[in-house]
Design a protein around this ligand. Sequence first.
Ligand code: SF4
Ligand code: SF4
Length: 220
Amino acid sequence: MSYAAACTAAKAQGLDVLGGFHGGAEDGLPEGCETLLLLGPAQDFWPLFQQSPEFLDSAPDPMDRWSTRVIGQLSQDLQATPFMPFGGPPYAPFLSWAIKTRRAWSSPVGMLVHDTAGLMVSFRGALAFRSRLSLPATGNRPCDNCTAKPCLSACPVDALSAAKGYDTMACHGYLDTAEGQSCLSTGCIARRACPVSDGANRDPAQSAHHMKYFHKPRVF
Ligand code: SF4
Ligand code: SF4
């Protein structure tokens, strides 16, 4: 098994390898494993997902069920151990794993920024390998050369800020308004304002799908 072979197998399922690192049990990897690869949506993820049985069956949590099936099959094909970012507690430490890849960093608005997906980064799962895969070189934190930092000023209600972190109450309040429909239908304006986020080439319908789960109707 090689890093390139893992990338090719993931790509065939609409997934990209968004980073990897060498570690061990102290990093939460299974005993005997030396490499972890993080998987997230590739540019052709959304059309593939829309044709999946999980999307079409109208049952709850289609994307999590898709991830369990597809990444579970990948793990068998690649002789790896699968991890999902949902289904806990306990939860696998995806945030710290992402930082360890040196392809994702904390952004000024608190959430992770990724070298190619920007603030649109998301993880559908991870694979742990017993072998020590040769990993590609990593880049620099994009925020260090981003003088304008549009992520800090894009949210209409300042729900994402360096000082306060993520004000989810303000965000949900805005999403309940007519003006907030833009966020619901095309995704978070602040995340989209990051120039690196363009690299994710995210279909607005995919963002709308996530926003629907994030901003569920409240039951009083
Ligand atoms: S807009 Fe600039 S500062 Fe903000 S997350 Fe993107 S690269 Fe970093
Ligand atoms: S979804 Fe809209 S309201 Fe919420 S943080 Fe993003 S830009 Fe602000």
